[in-house]
Design a protein around this ligand. Structure first.
Ligand code: X5A
Ligand code: ZN
Length: 679
């Protein structure tokens, strides 16, 4: 399935600010041309379907904007410099050029073409590289470089065109990862429960532009729209990869899965990335790959990215490349830096969750600490906070550094950084080891493992197990494992008859091949002690069976109480397994579907999909005595041929939520991403 790219060259280099306007000098045509050059350099353009851009029509623009405002914008086309400057001054942080109207129409048109390409099923997902950006613009006003609200228009257009067809409300999620608050989008959908708007933004207790009271976490929407506006304010600069991932795991993903949208639009601004002069944040380009990957699991993969801000040309371009590479289904890069969210981020997360508790089932068992306490405390603590995740990268506030030095330093960092990441992509994605009887059912894209002989594999298993290890099944499984480790394939699947024993072989072989960190998630009964070789293996076992076992850092067991209604164990995945996995940063993930496992196919597929974000997407799945349907679902996820629908959200049993909470508390000193509150 394909990814579409719409590139709006916006009359080449014409659309620039003609007069002196310091706030606007960063929004330049090179933002687009630089992205395009980088995409070319990494051979990404030819891997996408390019769709020509058209102008948005007046009717389309008026889905969001008033006709009076449209006339004002139209009138700027014929203006001389002085008039342009005067009209610009009527708005906050905006400039008009004689080509602005045409470019703004193209930006709208490109965004709508993208939505139509995705909605019609012509492509799975895509990105529109456009300017001017849109998320600040309002019904009657241009604002913050934005003329027409591209993403808001797209949401209205999709609902009108595809909602009416089906005579039902069409739910849309808008994720705004630009570093500024897209207040324009918030205002437009404030009372609308059919559009869930999420935005994180540099806020600094309302000191940062646009300095609105309505950008804080307690702006949850109004009237019928209460609960459908999510604001995550950043009260400090320097937020990095861990902070961004934590907000996705603890705020956006639970709410988004519960909301269950049919389409996801992203206001993809990259001023939230490292080196950006506006944002002053530290997230590296590969972080955007991970954010994209998370969002690809929603709405059957129907995901439309629309460029907003991003003013550090290199950071912007590399991040756009990472986004598109991920949309295309390439393996994900390692996230760099220590994975531990900072206190200020934890506080914001806690506050948003508390503010939304009453509107979302997944937050039902949140603690109800008065919000006032926390926010007062944060004012008192001020800048005293110590741990800051992004600190090992370039923090723009580093003493004594001029802005120019910073840009050069960030540039060099990005150059080194990107080289190794862009090469990731073995020719074959999936290798499979199954019995003869199943091979005819496999998708054509997989490589069927013929098996190697024991000598080739260099197996060092001795004693009682040595004979077993020579069995054909085991040899095939280890051959698949070896291909993954040697990066000949990205992932693999093997059928086994005794899952715990197979796992033991796999782990032994990993250790022989010197794999440093293996994450192993075992669902079902394990009934066997396995040597975890200190720190080299992290084992999480989820079972419906009770156990007396006590948890240690590297050996975690949890009993998931069985309940027919709630087989998806979603809260365990985003609230526990993923945070631990992201803290651990494995080099390989092994997922074992063992005996007596009680989870639904949807739950397993979701677990597997999300875990593909780790270990550069290198995953081995071992599967015991399971039905064909699950095997096929798993293969679909591994081969990336199709994004499944993970079933609708059902809230977890109170006991299970409680159990996850306790586990989180118990282990959050060891695995820092388990923290989700500033308490
Ligand atoms: C789209 C965008 C930023 C405006 C900043 C004004 N706008 N100071 O990033
Ligand atoms: Zn921005």
């Amino acid at each position: 399935m394909q990814t579409v790219l719409l590139y709006c060259c916006c009359q080449k280099k014409m659309y620039v600010c003609l007069f002196f306007s310091p706030v606007c000098e960063i929004e330049v045509p090179e933002r687009l041309s630089s992205c395009y050059e980088h995409l070319q350099r990494y051979n990404l353009i030819e891997r996408c379907v390019s769709v020509p851009v058209r102008e948005g029509t007046e009717d389309e623009i008026m889905l969001v904007h008033s006709s009076d405002y449209l006339e004002v914008v139209k009138s700027t086309e014929k203006m001389k410099e002085e008039e342009l400057q005067k009209t610009s001054a009527e708005y906050d942080a905006v400039y008009f050029h004689p080509t602005t109207y045409r470019c703004a129409k193209l930006a709208v048109g490109a965004t709508l073409e993208l939505v139509d390409a995705v909605m019609s099923g012509r492509t799975r997902n895509g990105m529109a590289l456009v300017r001017p950006p849109g998320h600040h613009s309002q019904r009657n006003a241009a604002n913050g470089f934005c003329i027409f609200n591209n993403v808001a228009i797209a949401a209205k257009h999709a609902q009108k065109k595809y909602g009416l067809q089906r005579l039902s409300i069409y739910l849309i999620l808008i994720v705004d990862w630009d570093v500024h608050h897209g207040q324009g989008i918030q205002y437009i959908f404030d009372e609308d429960p059919s559009v869930l708007y999420f935005s994180w933004h540099r806020f600094e207790h309302q000191q940062f532009w646009p300095s609105l009271r309505a950008s804080d976490y307690d702006a949850v929407g109004q009237g019928k729209g209460k609960g459908f506006n999510i604001n995550v304010p950043w009260n400090k600069v320097g937020m990095g990869n861990a902070d961004y991932v934590a907000v996705f795991l603890y705020v956006l993903l639970p709410l988004a899965f519960e909301f269950d949208p049919e389409l996801v639009l992203v206001s993809a601004g990259y001023d939230s990335g490292i080196g950006d002069p506006e944002g002053q944040m530290c997230a590296t380009p590969e972080c955007f790959a991970h954010l994209t990957h998370f969002l690809m699991q929603l709405a059957k993969g129907k995901l439309c990215m629309v460029l907003e801000g991003g003013y550090h040309l290199r950071s912007l371009s590399e991040s756009v490349c990472m986004t598109i590479k991920t949309l295309l289904g390439d393996p994900l890069p390692h996230l760099s830096g220590e994975m531990a969210p900072c206190l200020s981020a934890l506080e914001s997360i806690h506050n948003v969750r508390a503010a939304h508790k009453q509107y979302w089932k997944c937050l039902a068992y949140e603690s109800t600490i008065p919000l006032q306490d926390l926010s007062t405390r944060s004012y008192q603590t001020g800048k005293a906070e110590s741990e800051q995740t992004g600190a090992q990268f370039i923090t723009p506030q580093e003493a004594g550094k001029s802005h120019n030095d910073e840009v050069i330093k960030t540039d060099r960092f990005l150059e080194l950084h990107m080289k190794k990441m862009m090469s990731l992509k073995p020719p074959v994605r999936t290798a499979v080891a199954v019995g003869e009887s199943l091979t005819h059912l496999l998708p054509p894209s997989v490589q069927i493992e013929k098996g190697m002989d024991a000598k080739e594999l260099n197996i060092t298993i001795s004693g009682f197990d040595a004979e077993l290890a020579k069995e054909e099944k085991v040899l095939k499984m280890l051959a698949v494992l070896e291909k993954i480790i040697k990066k000949e394939v990205t992932n693999g699947l093997a059928k086994t008859s005794v899952a715990p024993l197979s796992l033991a072989f796999v782990l032994k072989h990993c250790s022989d091949l010197n794999v440093q960190k293996v994450l192993c998630v075992f669902v079902g009964d394990m009934d066997m002690k396995i040597d975890l070789g200190d720190g080299k293996v992290l084992l999480i076992n989820i079972s419906a069976k009770q156990s007396e076992q006590s948890n240690t850092k590297y050996n975690i067991f949890f009993h998931w109480k069985e309940d027919i209604e709630t087989t998806t164990f979603f809260s365990a995945v985003t609230g526990f397994i993923l945070p631990v996995a992201y803290s651990y940063q494995p080099d390989l993930t092994v997922i074992v579907i063992g005996h007596n496992q009680t989870f639904s196919n949807d739950g397993i597929s979701l677990l597997l999909s999300l875990l593909q974000g780790l270990a550069q997407s290198q995953v081995l799945v071992l599967i015991q005595d399971t039905e064909l349907k699950l095997l096929q679902d798993i293969l679909m996820v591994l081969t990336n041929d199709f994004t499944p629908f993970f079933g609708s959200y059902t809230p977890a049993l109170k006991e299970n939520v409680q159990m996850i909470k306790e586990l989180r508390q118990q282990l959050q000193q060891e695995w820092k991403m388990l923290q989700c509150s500033g308490k």
